[in-house]
Write a protein that binds this ligand. Structure first.
Ligand SMILES: C[S@@+](CC[C@H](N)C(=O)[O-])C[C@H]1O[C@@H](n2cnc3c(N)ncnc32)[C@H](O)[C@@H]1O
Length: 260
């Protein structure tokens, strides 16, 4: 399991960040790739705050099915608040790990996991599980960040490097996208679409993805890679003070594949 605990505080922070226009746009890109049709049966692995699951429920309509699993009680509790979707099926939520999906073989037309596999210890095992619960020719859509793609302006690049090194400890694999296509093919999937989904913030604004990320990073890094609480706060204050001179960019990678 990754080092980031999706406890009530972190879950609330993530829900807040995932309601910014940056992440709303990311979900629009993911839903285009998902290409859901009325009646589709979908599983959201690592459903988190349930924002994508609710949007998918509206798309598959009352004849469809949307299930979500997550290892975090706090996230499931937040997702439960948006499980009743007008014009859609109720989102079915369960506490479960990606490596042990509590559904039978060939239960779903589509499986999606956004920003989840970079936290998963046994990627091959989780992909085997997804392959098992997908119907033949069913689709999987995965989105993950490569944290090596981050470009973040700072007045102290040495401190920035140390903070980002410490933050990489929150993941099982901060560079997962580099190997994910290979892992999908080894698990019995054929890749059908790959896409870079960039994040770009060019001024400091609290209603952006990276402004929320500052809070999450500042809460996680103290005591890791020799970063102190004071250094973490100085790092965060430096970025918040950049105003119109602020710059942040990061790449997510979207993989669409079919079960062979
Ligand atoms: C960054 S959040 C993303 C949430 C959601 N997929 C989204 O994009 O809005 C990562 C989520 O993955 C969940 N998670 C991490 N490891 C998991 C695992 N092994 N099995 C299931 N869920 C997991 C966490 O609890 C958290 O809710």
């Amino acid at each position: 399991m990754s080092n980031l605990q999706f406890d009530p505080e972190v879950s609330r922070q993530i829900e807040s960040v995932y309601t910014t226009p940056d992440v709303i746009e990311q979900r629009r890109v993911v839903r285009t790739a998902l290409a859901l049709r009325p009646g589709d049966r979908v599983l959201d692995v690592g459903v988190g705050p349930g924002l994508l699951a609710a949007e998918m429920a509206a798309e598959v309509g009352p004849q469809g099915r949307v299930c979500g699993i997550d290892i975090s009680d706090s996230m499931l509790s937040i997702a439960g608040n948006r499980a009743q979707v007008p014009g859609g099926p109720a989102v079915e939520l369960e506490l479960a790990d990606a490596g042990h999906i509590p559904h039978g073989a060939e239960s779903f037309d589509v499986v999606v996991a956004t920003q989840v596999f970079e936290y998963v210890e046994d990627v091959a095992g989780a992909l085997d599980e997804i392959r098992r619960v997908l119907r033949p020719a069913g689709r999987v859509v995965l989105l993950d960040t490569d944290w090596g793609s981050i470009v973040w302006r700072s007045n102290d690049d040495v401190r920035m490097g140390r903070v980002l090194t410490a933050f990489e400890e929150h993941l099982e694999d901060p560079h997962l996208p580099r190997s994910l296509g290979d892992s999908l093919e080894k698990a019995g999937f054929a890749l059908t679409h790959l896409q870079v989904v960039p994040m770009l913030n060019v001024r400091f604004d609290p209603r952006t993805y990276s402004a929320g990320l500052i809070d999450i990073v500042a809460g996680f890094v103290p005591g890791r890679a020799e970063v102190t609480e004071q250094q973490a706060q100085a790092w965060a204050n430096d970025l918040r003070g950049l105003g119109a001179g602020y710059f942040f960019s990061l790449n997510r990678y979207l993989f669409v594949a079919s079960a062979l």
